[in-house]
Design a protein. Structure first.
Length: 267
């Protein structure tokens, strides 16, 4: 992605307007405020303020943001800001894109994400080094692991079902009919579990819900290609702690690449 002014990155915004952005941030903070230290919250709030011109998008340098905190009488270090960014990426709050100018890496672009409800919240254990990469843009494997509360519920359910042999683990044949057969049959070769198959398809649904030009066949093609990329990377030795987070990153990067092709064709 080429470096440029903030207007160049309008297409990355996830929000209708500034009010929509602020509403999503309020929801995020209810869940995540306690996850950040006092200094990290200062850094995060400063980044939010710098993301107002284009709702949810900021391309300021880290040093500029740190200096702005100092000017406001809130002294934080660069390492504190970077630590905040690592946490924000792991929680799925922010996606960071690298930009390049004259063949050299330039400043980053920070893109806030829409609030995800608790049952599709971000795991805090995802390794940032396991990000997907495409066209020089890195994205944390944003996504989709159940919250601790949901995990506890699942564990209790698993324990309950283990007491009754008539409730075995449900395989792919129990997958919801909302999941296309083509995708179900592919995934079941590797994960013969209806929950996992439905979770993979949920990611496709969330990622494409605003793409009104996308047909069902387009979604199926995206899902199949993304899943094949996931399997290929794992087979080649990629260590993935969260398959759903990694899958989300692959899907998102494929959509970004498609968007850039469309922009280039129209130019």
């Amino acid at each position: 992605m080429k470096a440029g002014n903030i207007e160049q990155f309008k297409h990355l915004s996830q929000f209708r307007d500034l009010k929509d952005f602020n509403n999503n941030i309020e929801q995020w903070m209810i869940d995540l405020k306690s996850k950040f230290t006092k200094s990290e919250l200062i850094a995060l709030k400063r980044l939010i303020r710098f993301s107002a011109k284009v709702a949810g998008v900021c391309n300021a340098k880290i040093q500029t943001l740190v200096s702005a905190c100092h000017e406001a009488g809130q002294e934080i270090s660069r390492s504190t800001f970077e630590r905040m960014l690592r946490k924000a990426k792991q929680f799925g709050l922010i996606v960071v894109y690298n930009t390049f100018k004259n063949g050299k890496q330039a400043h980053n672009v920070y893109v806030f994400q829409r609030y995800q409800s608790q049952n599709v919240s971000i795991s805090s254990t995802i390794d940032v080094a396991e990000s997907a990469k495409i066209d020089g843009a890195y994205e944390t494997s944003n996504l989709l692991e159940k919250t601790n509360n949901q995990d506890n519920i699942n564990k209790r359910n698993d324990k309950k079902y283990s007491q009754y042999p008539q409730y075995p683990q449900l395989d792919a044949s129990f997958t919801s009919n909302r999941v296309p057969v083509e995708f179900r049959d592919l995934v079941k070769c590797f994960y013969d579990d209806y929950k996992k198959i439905e979770e993979f398809w949920k990611i496709i649904h969330i990622q494409t819900r605003k793409l009104l030009y996308y047909t069902q066949n387009d979604r199926i093609a995206l899902a199949v290609n993304s899943f094949k990329q996931l399997v290929r990377n794992i087979k080649r030795g990629r260590k993935v702690r969260n398959i759903f987070g990694y899958f989300w990153g692959i899907v998102n990067n494929m959509l970004d690449a498609e968007h850039m092709r469309i922009v280039c064709e129209d130019a």
